[in-house]
Each structure stands twice: as C-alpha cells, then as structure tokens.
Ligand binder design. Structure first.
Ligand SMILES: Cc1cc2nc3c(=O)[nH]c(=O)nc-3n(C[C@H](O)[C@H](O)[C@H](O)COP(=O)(O)O)c2cc1C
Length: 241
C-alpha cells in the first residue's frame, strides 16, 4: 500500500471520529493574504456579471488548448477569468461568498497571476486580492519560462498570455477539517480552475490545466514557503492558435 492509499484510508470520516469536535474561534486563520502596502496594487476592470456566451455552449466548446497566438489579452478578459475563478458573488454580514464553492466557506486557495502578455500590465507575478478584485504586484519580470521549466518543460506556460497558479494556505482548512483538509483543497482548486476555464472560453481564450510540476520549483517562482502555503494547481491562458 502506498502513501496515497494510506492517505485515502486515514482521511476517511467515520461517525465515531466526528464526535465531540469543536472549533477554536480564537485560532481561526485570517481569510485573506495581504502584502505590504508598498507593493503596487492595480484595480481590475469591473467584470460583467451577466451576458457572455451561454453556459452550455461554453461547456461544449471547452478543450485543453496548449498552443497560443503571440497576441496580448486585454485586462478586462483577465478580470473576467479571475472573477469567475474566485471573485466575490455574495457579501453577507458574516461571509463573502465566492464564484466557486469552498468547503466550509474557508477559502484556503490563493490565486497568483503570472503575466506574460496582458495589455496594460507589466509582465510579472501578481497576487489576486479577492476582496478588492485587484492584483498586487509580487515581483516584476518575465517568469513564464521559469514556470514552464518548473512544469516539466511545458512550453504553453511560456507562450501563454497569463498563467494562474493556485496555492493552498492549508491552516485555513485544517483549522476545521484537520487531515481531511488535504482532500478539500484539491476539490476547491478543481472548482476554481473549471470556472476559470469556462470563463476563458466565453471570452474567446483557450486554457489548459496543469497538474504536472515540480512543487518546490513552482513554490520558489511564486515566493511561497511550501509548508504553510504551497502550489497545488495551475492553468495557462491565451488566444488559441
Ligand atoms: C488534474 C489535471 C491535471 C492536468 N495536468 C495537465 C498537465 O500537466 N499538462 C497538460 O498538458 N494537460 C494537463 N491536464 C489536461 C488534461 O490532459 C485534459 O483535460 C485531458 O486530456 C482531457 O482533454 P480536454 O481538457 O480537452 O477535455 C490536466 C487536467 C487535469 C484535470
């Protein structure tokens, strides 16, 4: 039996094991990751919340697209994809619910946008600030090739207009779900990536999901520690060739 089989077995729920578990609200991790205020933050264009291509058509058309034109994507399109992935769609007194579901509304997944070719945005690595629908600059530069190398040499990450990298801030989910959190982060990320992929189709983009990568190399590119926060999934986006 491998460690994956063990993980599946050990992270099962049983009626007995769920009894008597409470939550320590004083230790609830913060919901949002923040960068120092010196980091430049760029507001994204307001995303459309209606219209676009009918959903069934987008579902029918979506395919993994790995070859992109060397044509810039506009900021509105990037905004639309980010909103569909993780944008806030309902704010209540206690929760800010997002476009994609998340176990316990704990939202452990962070989105990084590595920009290669987007109008009005310098190439660089940005962090998506969910509550402000904005991008905070982590570092300027062309990191597409680094990401491609970290993803077993998959060139689409170099040739794309932008790539989204999703990480998990594991404590946000572990706080409630303990080891089962390791199931939920991947489920959350799958929902997010699919929403992004469908929005991309609707905006005339193609995308490809990427699960094959050297974890620590991706963590280094996006400057996360690999322990408290680590990369779990990526997608490349661009205008199909
Ligand atoms: C979890 C996951 C990981 C994937 N990783 C990669 C990848 O690293 N590289 C790649 O080219 N495609 C990757 N794909 C895309 C699949 O190859 C693709 O979805 C599959 O061939 C079906 O084709 P379709 O997406 O066009 O329907 C991944 C898809 C998923 C869901």
């Amino acid at each position: 039996m491998g460690f994956g089989d063990e993980f599946q077995r050990l992270s099962k729920y049983f009626r007995e094991s769920l009894k008597g578990r409470g939550l320590d609200w004083d230790r609830k991790p913060p919901l949002y990751k923040k960068y120092p205020s010196e980091n430049k933050t760029i507001e994204l264009p307001r995303p459309d919340r209606e219209g676009g291509q009918p959903l069934y058509e987008a579902v029918q058309e979506r395919r993994s697209v790995r070859n992109y034109k060397n044509t810039p994507v506009n900021a509105k399109t990037l905004s639309q994809v980010l909103w569909a992935a993780q944008g806030i769609t309902l704010a209540t007194e206690y929760h800010q619910f997002r476009a994609s579901p998340s176990a316990g509304a704990l939202y452990p997944v962070e989105t990084y946008c590595q920009v290669n070719n987007v109008e009005g945005l310098e190439p660089g690595l940005y962090h998506y600030q969910v509550p402000y629908h904005a991008l905070t600059l982590v570092k300027e530069g062309s990191f597409g090739l680094d990401l491609a190398r970290a993803a077993l040499g998959q060139k689409m990450l170099r040739d794309s207009a932008f790539n989204l990298v999703w990480t998990a801030v594991i404590e946000r989910s572990k706080w409630k779900y303990e080891q089962r959190a390791y199931r939920y982060i991947y489920l959350d990320a799958g929902h997010i990536a699919q929403n992004a992929a469908l929005a991309a189709v609707s905006c005339g983009l193609g995308s490809c999901q990427v699960g094959a990568f050297f974890d620590e190399e991706v963590n280094r590119v996006i400057e996360v520690d690999g322990e408290a926060e680590f990369a779990i999934y990526m997608s490349s986006f661009g205008i199909p060739k």
